[in-house]
Design a protein around this ligand. Structure first.
Ligand code: UDP
Ligand code: MG
Length: 329
């Protein structure tokens, strides 16, 4: 029995690569339909994340020329994770399974076959796991490794070398949509759903065209998001550090009293200045970490919409049941 598959592709200023991506996926869909794996009403859903270039116009043209392409447009740039969620929320009630992949062809469309096999074998979630990182810059490769280690040390169950290329069954999508947080880190949330999962290994290619939308600043922001939305370990570290410094200060106190009563002049300036600066620095860092969490609580407490959909280019029959009220059509 063939299933209705949606492939959700977030696009932010992707005019340079979009047509090529569309053509590659179109060919993939054609072969999957003719093999009877997916039904011919399966769709490729582009999510325009507030692009400033011709991205939305290209999506319109694609939709006009071939109903396999659908598109939703978000009001403004909501970020990669929110764009993915907007697409998944729209697809959830329309499909049997949805795949998410990047617009730049770094995620290999040929891995879709293996994902569908695992789905047919009973997996609700199939993670695309990259086999190697040769194509990434040395910097990106190393920072990514450090990040995965850090996340594991902090207790978040993220899948090693998996980004946002994955398949989810309709059941898993419905479960995901129950997560109401605005600070989204999908690759940490999805393993928490706990449905049967599988992995498919693929070779991550180079961006086919255009520029990366994740400069170092955005990478760091995303890493902080990942850690703070899954772990309070940084706050615990501050507490431990506080106890440690308190312990050291008792030793210093004893030492200074001994020096005082044995009649030695207190050695002064260097240690005083050093301790003032180091403790001051640690306090600032600690406040910063607390601030990070308070900021997130603030954002969550507002309960603002995670994205707002302004337009949906769809099939007539497709009326999505938007569970997530934060997405408005
Ligand atoms: N993206 C998005 N909104 C953003 C930033 C990125 O929808 O604010 C999309 C982008 O169009 C691409 C995917 O997220 O499809 C991954 O971005 P990119 O390839 O630039 O990241 P990299 O692979 O360099 O980490
Ligand atoms: Mg990319």
């Amino acid at each position: 029995m063939s299933i209705r598959l949606f492939t959700v592709i977030p696009c932010f200023d992707e005019e340079a690569v979009l047509r090529e991506t569309a053509a590659r996926l179109r060919a993939k869909y054609a072969s999957l339909v003719s093999d009877g794996v997916i039904s011919d009403d399966s769709r490729i859903l582009f999510v325009n994340d507030g692009s400033d270039d011709a991205t939305w116009q290209i999506i319109r043209d694609l939709h006009g020329g071939d109903p396999v392409f659908q598109g939703i447009s978000l009001a403004g740039n909501c970020g990669h994770q929110n764009a993915l969620l907007a697409g998944l929320n729209t697809a959830a009630s329309l499909c049997d399974a949805a795949i998410t992949m990047d617009a730049d062809l770094q995620d290999d469309p040929d891995a879709i076959d293996a994902m569908l096999e695992k789905y047919a074998g009973g997996a609700d979630i199939v993670y695309g796991v990259r086999s190697e990182r040769k194509k990434d810059s040395i910097f990106k490769r190393n920072t990514a490794q450090v990040f995965y280690r850090l996340m594991h040390a902090m207790g978040a169950k993220i899948v090693y070398n998996h980004a946002d290329f994955r398949l989810m069954s309709a059941r898993a999508l419905q479960a995901l949509l129950q997560f109401g947080e605005v600070n989204l880190f999908l690759r940490g949330m999805i393993p928490m759903i706990g449905f049967p999962s599988a992995e498919v290994t693929y070779e991550r290619g180079e961006r086919a065209a255009g520029k990366s939308k994740y400069p170092v600043k955005a990478m760091v922001r995303f890493a902080v998001q990942g850690i703070t939305s899954f772990s309070v370990e940084p706050i615990r570290m501050i507490t431990r550090l506080g106890f440690f410094i308190f312990f050291v200060s008792i030793l210093v106190l004893i030492y200074s009293l001994v020096r005082h009563y044995t009649g030695h002049t207190i050695t002064g300036w260097t240690t005083t200045v050093l301790s003032v600066w180091s403790i001051g620095g640690l306090m600032m860092i600690s406040l910063g970490v607390l601030g990070e969490y308070i900021g997130r609580i603030y954002m969550e407490s507002k309960g603002r919409p995670r994205y707002i959909i302004t337009e949906y280019l769809k099939d007539e029959k497709d009326t999505p049941d938007l569970i997530d009220r934060k997405g408005i059509v």
